[in-house]
Design a protein around this ligand. Structure first.
Ligand code: ADP
Ligand code: MG
Length: 347
């Protein structure tokens, strides 16, 4: 049995072009100030192109990463004492959680309804069983999956006056499909509050850009966010770019976290009906949206729904666009996209 595990950040590559910096009196072209950290169990990067505030950019970036750690400790099902861990281990008792956790659970339930159950944050038992982040993951037995499925279903999550609880005490919440997007939105808010006027946040593929890329003469250019070629897992190249000045770009793909067993690939986005990795013929889907929490949820949803249903859903939501790449390598765009790959742009 050949087991292959790979965590790829190629799909989340951001091209950092040389940019002008306001603080440079001669208007010379300068690199942005960037830092990379391992948070949310993934590689994350923050780049600042322009700081009009009083404080040191490096210090602000460090605090932005502290904020990521804060959200990880609040929302991760794996971190003992997190809001989610507390709900999952309360034996069905109501747990008081932060307003933010409550908001995110509520939002996730709404996405569950919008996607007719494709998005399901109650898959924690299944996520633990598949354990895509383990050293040597393996396919769980059919029996075990069936047993786990009897403890899933987001209708088991209750938001009450006394707190949040699970009607089935063996069920478990997993916010893995939306937490990073939410944190990326919050990091953007924080950076802006500190006087940063242009930057890129990349939390494991949840990319938020703002302020445009300053160019030496005071002009703003779009940022180019790479979209990778999903089929080529090991040496995935770039198939094109999403060019934009402001907004979130999130990709869900079957090449992000996966393993191989008996010649078959198993990736980490699960179909809540079967308990197995979703097989909708989509290799990757990239979502543009204003909020990255929404983009994160929608990229997971569209991956599960497939091209046709996914596009239908995206068309029904304002200011939200999608690029699907199917297993044949065919590319599909929602109607608000003006230019096609290699330089995808919004209308
Ligand atoms: P990534 O976190 O790699 O960017 P996604 O945003 O698509 O990818 O989220 C995948 C994660 O979401 C999984 O690791 C798991 O924790 C969780 N998950 C898997 N299937 C579902 C689903 N059908 N609904 C909601 N969450 C899911
Ligand atoms: Mg997601």
């Amino acid at each position: 049995m050949g087991i292959l595990k790979k965590f790829s950040i190629i799909g989340i590559l951001c091209l950092l072009f040389v940019s002008g910096c306001q603080k440079n009196p001669k208007n010379e072209v300068l690199e942005p100030i960037s830092a990379t950290e391992f948070v949310f169990n993934t590689v994350s990067m923050i780049s600042v192109y322009e700081n009009k505030g009083e404080r040191d950019t490096e210090e602000i970036i460090n605090e932005a990463f502290d904020l990521c750690v804060y959200y990880d400790h609040l929302l991760s099902r794996m971190k003992e004492g997190s809001d989610i861990w507390n709900i999952n281990h309360s034996d069905g008792e109501a747990v008081t959680v932060s307003e933010e956790t409550k908001h995110l659970i509520d939002k996730s339930i709404n996405y569950g309804n919008l996607s007719e159950g494709a998005f399901d944050i109650s898959l924690g038992v299944l996520s633990s069983m598949w354990d895509f982040t383990a050293e040597n993951p393996s396919v769980p037995s059919g029996e075990k999956i069936k047993e786990a499925l009897s403890h899933t279903g987001y209708e088991k999550i209750v938001i009450s006056e006394d707190g949040i609880y699970l009607k089935d005490s063996a069920a478990q919440i997993d916010l893995g499909a939306i937490a990073k997007g939410y944190a990326a939105d919050k990091v953007k808010e924080f950076l802006i509050s500190e006087g940063i006027t242009s930057g890129i946040i990349n939390l494991g593929g949840n990319i938020v850009v703002f302020g445009g890329k300053p160019e030496g003469k005071g002009e703003k250019l779009p940022f180019d966010i790479a979209i990778s070629e999903p089929a080529k897992r090991e040496d995935a190249g770039v198939i094109g770019y999403f060019s934009l000045e402001e907004g979130s770009v999130v990709t869900s793909g079957n090449y992000e976290r996966y393993f191989e067993e008996d010649g078959k690939l198993y990736h980490h986005i699960l179909n809540p009906e079967t308990g197995y990795p979703a097989e909708s013929g989509v290799d990757s889907v990239t979502i543009y949206s204003e909020s990255s929490a929404d983009g994160d949820a929608l990229s997971t949803i569209c991956f599960i729904l497939g091209t046709e249903k996914g596009l239908e859903l995206i068309e029904s939501i304002d200011n939200t666009e999608a690029v699907f790449i199917d297993s044949e390598g065919e590319i599909f765009y929602s109607s608000g996209i003006e230019k096609e790959i290699p330089y995808t742009k919004l209308k």
